[in-house]
Design a protein around this ligand. Structure first.
Ligand code: GLN
Length: 480
């Protein structure tokens, strides 16, 4: 099976050079091989895909293009598990808004991808179906929580996939898998029908292998949806048409509070190369800082807010309305038994934390306090955006860890700041993209590029210019 960009596939299908049915036949053979290698699918949706390509092909760039959804997108008639035992047999009666949108463009759903249980995690090791393997080295993690989506795009099987990002769950696995991961502004894309994690931080976004494809997909997803009150009425620009590599007018801030924490010399070099490249493209590139103490509050603040909101959002998963039901003598027992059986230990720990922070006696000093710290962080970030269009920093400190690697030093600044800073863009709701910046020990590493709210175009342009200059695009790895 040959791997193509969305634009290439469109041309090949349209000219008849590639027979669509033949192509899908090869694709599903390959999907099964990749499933053995990567364990990235929860469900392969062969019938649905073939049904979709029965419709006549149109001039829409996404017509007949294969894609994958993270398994927290509700899909009518197709199992949607969120990789949790609680929802292992849940078959929705409706589609998420973005699924309907993509269907209108004529896409073809190839499968539902594995994720960390309920999107809580960063490794994809908590999935009900087991860990997802990184295509570049199958002994390593894909990253999470959108790990299945990332791995499948990085295997070259499909040109794009949807993920969701509450703290970094698109951008972290994109970085580990050598592809592009983008979460636009909070409110830019409807979240209707996406199983929530933490509503004030949750974003819909996508994975692709290049920035042009990302512009196409983002344009298709964006826009107001009356079923999601938090979605914006702002008009959606033509991201693809407006894409340019001319970034000479951009002011870029290098967030040294993050980049200074990099210990790995090779990672350091790739990041220095990014900075030099942006300068050579004519952009104004200067160091910017955030208060280090404030940066160290990111992870604890995120942990309290995300888990509190998750605890509240998931109170509906009680074995009564949905999912895994265990019997009991009283309604309370049914709920207790169902939740005990239906969630992994890791989820239960998070719910305990969430309940603690939301308890009447703690709410002010934990949950509300975390919200106030979030405000301080966002205010400080917005001060930088008064003078800079873009902020860049390394996606993380190293390459994807081995699946059974021992825990990191959770108290080091390297861990607290460098490995967890990406949630800054979730706190502020700003558009944030991660793109490949090089290789270290034959594994991909990445740079993150973020901008002001609703300035997706600026972020995409900066990523596009950098991608063209660095040449790390359309990367995939199919064989061991
Ligand atoms: N790793 C983070 C967490 O576990 C982020 C997850 C996400 O973005 N969905 O909460």
């Amino acid at each position: 099976m040959v791997t193509h960009t969305i634009e290439e596939l469109h041309e090949l299908f349209k000219s008849g050079e590639l027979d669509v049915k033949e192509y899908y036949k090869e694709l599903f053979e390959e999907a099964k091989k990749q499933q053995e290698r990567l364990n990235a699918f929860v469900t392969i949706t062969e019938d649905e895909a073939y049904k979709a390509i029965e419709a006549p092909m149109t001039d829409d760039l996404l017509s007949h293009i294969p894609y994958v959804l993270k398994d927290n997108y509700n899909t009518k008639g197709i199992k949607t598990t969120a990789s949790s035992k609680m929802l292992a047999d849940y078959v929705p009666v409706f589609n998420a808004h973005v699924v309907d949108l993509l269907n209108k463009h004529g896409v073809s759903l190839v499968g539902k991808a594995s994720m960390d249980e309920l999107a809580m995690g960063g490794t994809n090791k908590s999935a009900l179906t087991g860990p997802v393997h990184n295509p570049w080295d199958t002994r390593r993690i894909s990253g999470g929580s959108s790990g299945g989506s990332a791995a499948l795009v990085a295997s070259g099987l499909i040109p794009f996939a949807l993920g969701s990002d509450t703290g970094d769950s698109i951008r972290k696995p994109a970085g580990f898998c050598g592809i592009v991961g983008f979460k636009p502004t909070w409110g830019r894309i409807s979240r209707y029908g996406v199983i929530p994690y933490a509503s004030s931080l949750d974003h819909v976004g996508a994975f692709t292998r290049n920035v042009r494809d990302m512009a196409i997909v983002t344009e298709a997803l964006a826009g107001r949806d009356n079923r999601d009150m938090t979605s914006s009425n702002r008009e959606v620009p033509h991201y693809l048409d407006n894409l340019t590599t001319d970034i000479s007018n951009l002011k870029i801030g290098v967030l040294t509070t993050v980049s200074n924490e990099v210990r790995n010399e090779e990672v350091k070099k790739t990041f220095e190369n990014v900075v030099e490249t942006l300068k050579s493209l004519g952009a104004t590139v200067e160091d910017v800082e955030m208060d280090k103490k404030l940066m160290k509050t990111l992870l604890p603040t995120y942990t309290i807010i995300a888990n509190s909101e998750a605890t509240s959002n998931h109170s509906c998963l009680d074995g009564v309305k949905y999912g895994d039901r265990q019997q009991g003598d009283t309604p309370d027992d049914v709920m207790i038994n169902s939740r005990t059986d239906g969630f992994g230990d890791h989820i239960k720990r998070r719910f305990i934390l969430g309940n603690l922070a939301l308890a009447t006696e703690n709410q002010e000093k934990m949950f509300r306090k975390a919200q106030r710290v979030r405000r301080l962080v966002v205010d400080e970030l917005n001060k930088i955006y008064e003078n800079y269009d873009i902020i860049i920093a390394p996606n993380g400190g190293g390459v994807a860890p081995l699946i059974d690697e021992a825990a990191e030093d959770y108290l080091s600044d390297e861990y607290i700041i460098l490995e967890n800073w990406l949630c800054l863009a979730n706190f502020a709701g700003t558009p944030s993209i991660s793109i490949p910046s090089g290789f270290v020990d034959n594994m991909p590493v990445a740079v993150n590029i973020s901008g002001r709210i609703f300035e997706e175009q600026t972020v995409l342009n900066c990523a596009y210019a950098l991608e063209e200059a660095l040449g790390f695009k359309n990367q995939y790895k199919r064989e061991d």
